[in-house]
Design a protein. Structure first.
Length: 206
């Protein structure tokens, strides 16, 4: 923790990539969970059947509801609690927060724990809908990077908008031309970096 704290965001990013590569090296064949794949919500007007032509899995709806609830709770925590304000102030200007008496190490420890808890919750929600393996995080790391670049570093509103953009782009790409699923996301990331390097809701440091 102290080494990552001293190294800054670059060290944290390198650590994530290193751990991800280790997961790829030591990964085992994926295990598929079938328990949640047969329950669909049928769209009105479609034909009856266990697998309608157009339907939404019930579990996917549960994941969406859980994600919205977690996002609302996290936003309320950051915006309406004293510790949330301290956390945002520390992220904005660590030196000033430290000068005002904020225990920065404690803040960093709490943020790390909160991030680990959110990552664990996300993994637990995703595993029943996909094949579980040690290297399954690679795809989500790439998507998270795209979300941060598009939305803007340090902006929760930007993260929500970026996640919606990435999700919609992937859905349309899979429907229209599956081979462009990942490439389409990179096109949007490149366009945002060229036109608005700080992201849609990020603030330029210059």
């Amino acid at each position: 923790m102290r080494a990552l704290e001293a190294g800054g965001p670059q060290a944290a990013a390198e650590a994530v990539l290193g751990v991800t590569n280790l997961m790829v090296v030591f990964s085992k064949p994926p295990r598929d969970l079938e328990a949640t794949k047969d329950w669909y919500v049928r769209v009105l007007g479609m034909d009856e059947g266990p697998h309608p032509d157009f339907g939404v899995p019930v579990y996917n709806l549960m994941v969406i509801v859980a994600a919205i609830a977690i996002a609302v709770a996290l936003g309320a925590f950051l915006q309406r609690t004293n510790f949330g304000r301290i956390l945002r102030a520390t992220a904005e200007n660590r030196s000033m927060a430290e000068a005002l008496g904020v225990d920065v190490r404690r803040v960093y420890s709490v943020v790390f724990t909160l991030g680990a808890a959110l990552g664990t919750t996300a993994g637990a929600l995703i595993v029943p809908t996909a094949a579980a393996s040690l290297d399954m995080a690679i795809e989500f790391v790439v998507e998270a990077f795209a979300v941060v670049v598009i939305g803007g570093l340090g902006s929760m509103r930007g993260a929500l908008v970026g996640a919606l953009i990435v999700g919609l782009i992937r859905a349309y790409a899979i429907m229209l031309y599956p081979e462009l699923e990942v490439l389409a996301i990179y096109f949007i990331v490149i366009a945002v970096l060229l036109l608005r390097p700080a992201g849609l809701f990020g603030r330029s440091l210059v």
